[in-house]
Design a binder for this molecule. Sequence first.
Ligand code: GLY
Length: 302
Amino acid sequence: MSWALIATWQMALKGAAVSKEILESHGSAADAAIEGVSVIEDEPSFHSVGYGGRPDREGHVTLDGGFMDGDTLHFGAVASVEGFRSPVRIAASLARREANNFLCAEGAERYALEHGFEQRDNLTEEALEIYRKEVDQRKKLSAYDGHDTVCFLTKDEKGSVCAAVSTSGLFMKDPGRIGDSPLCGSGYYADSEIGAAAATGLGEEIIKGSLSFAAVAYMEAGMDAQSAAEKALRSLEAKLIAKNGKAEAMSLIVLNKDGSCGVSTNVDFPFVYASDQNDQMLYLARSVDHKTVISPYEKDPA
Ligand code: GLY
């Protein structure tokens, strides 16, 4: 396949259309991944990413983002950033530096300000309403409530492979909490000589298995994308169940350098895939007896 993309959750559809257009018109994997994610960061109806993201316990929308260029292995990341439009764009900019590639909180905000990144109050009325309700009801949240990360993996016609991710993290998280998403190797990984992977789900679980790096390493050892995704996630799931009696929600997308994809999940997990040989389509991955079953998504995605 000359180009391909895979992205997490139904919310990725709008960004995938933009990403696909870039790849079809001979654009780079880096631009396709960054632009795809940033479309979702601007969408207020998605409450787990960017504008409209759910706040932390103190009512602040703090965002995490990451980017990796598989040609160079350069990565950039930001964590706990407040008041900026696009964490993924800041992360991609940090990936061009020699060092100081991962910045958090005030340090990341100072960098973003000094480098002219657009500022924005990401707390919308709707997200504030959700927050107030949760506070009023003192509802006990499950660890998985409201933290679906948008992840894009892209391959362009030159053979470059990239990964980009963005999230507001766990709803009602403690101030300063950082999940897997900005952590290279856990939330995302890309190597153009092998492929890429990215994760969504409860960051605290994903970090325990360096899930994205594990999937890419399995591909390097010779597995196809689907086998690598399944091996990485199921090994971690089994280990967590053996050690702790349970494994929280985790989903993993994988893109091989040949453009083929793989997905593994222990929940119901929609994803988008497109390539020069496959129309953009929404699929549903489900976990049946600890095996991932993938089918076209039946429900109306509107
Ligand atoms: N996977 C997103 C987070 O845990 O923050």
